[in-house]
Design a protein around this ligand. Sequence first.
Ligand SMILES: C[S@@+](CC[C@H](N)C(=O)[O-])C[C@H]1O[C@@H](n2cnc3c(N)ncnc32)[C@H](O)[C@@H]1O
Length: 300
Amino acid sequence: MAINPQTTPHPSLLSPSAPVPLALWPVAQTSAQYQRAGRYHPDSARHPGKMLPALAARIVCEYSAPGGLVCDPMSGIGTTIVEAGLLGRRAIGVELEPAWVDLARANLDRLLEADRRRLTEVRQGDARRLPEILGENAGRVDLIVTSPPYACDAGVIDRKAWVAGGRLCTTETLNYSADRANLGHARGPAYEAAMAGVYAACHAALRPGGLLVTVTKNMRRAGRCVDLAALTVGLARSAGFSYLQHVVALHAAIRDSRLVARPSFWQLTQTRKARARGEPAHLSVHEDVLVFQARQLVGR
Ligand SMILES: C[S@@+](CC[C@H](N)C(=O)[O-])C[C@H]1O[C@@H](n2cnc3c(N)ncnc32)[C@H](O)[C@@H]1O
């Protein structure tokens, strides 16, 4: 289902007699490349972990109203901010890496008319200092949408090089930046501690009752599932959020009665290898969209 950015709010919010929405969103009826082609700056392809534009648009439609304030504290090339701006929301992105900040601003300049561009911006900074970075908007954000690093290697896949015996990903695209301070490099307890700080900062940035929506994907490592969705639920609850809803964002196209997967070359290869080793692995064709609400914390 294509999302028309000009159609706000989502029809299901308008009428009580509209069909009850399903917690499964087919956001990959067209490929990621097609969703960005002719819209986003071509250099956006250099970022290794972008959100699908249709997914960002769907989250913004479902969980905020036109004119509301949307924020993405780890905004990458600015997908959330662009799609929120197109949908008539005010939006602020925060991103650690100056190169991605520049690209996000270039995307906003390309895609938004002047009146909507004025309502959006991207600031350089650390998500763990979100309230300070937001200044007077701290405590007033209606919706935070973010896709954090996934506690595993991310990189732009160079299939040709890999087939020829070289590296799977070029070093300069690994984990968003060579800077070890980038949370793309954090693993295990270091990742948990850092993301606990990010979610605490999100709580402080939201208005009371405001919503946090995270997008994560469960990965496989050494034959086991790394359950990032469950970890994220635990971290967000500890930071003062109530867990409202789990939505499955389907990364496969629905064609008649079939699902057509859109896996990366890496995922496909890893799943085939696991099955050859006798592990009953399946190709993962969804991301987890987790919806939380900020609780009033006692003593604040
Ligand atoms: C999964 S990507 C998000 C991509 C984004 N949704 C998009 O569509 O472009 C995670 C982003 O978090 C950024 N990041 C990592 N550590 C950060 C931090 N401490 N503060 C802010 N951003 C950070 C990375 O540079 C990366 O761009």
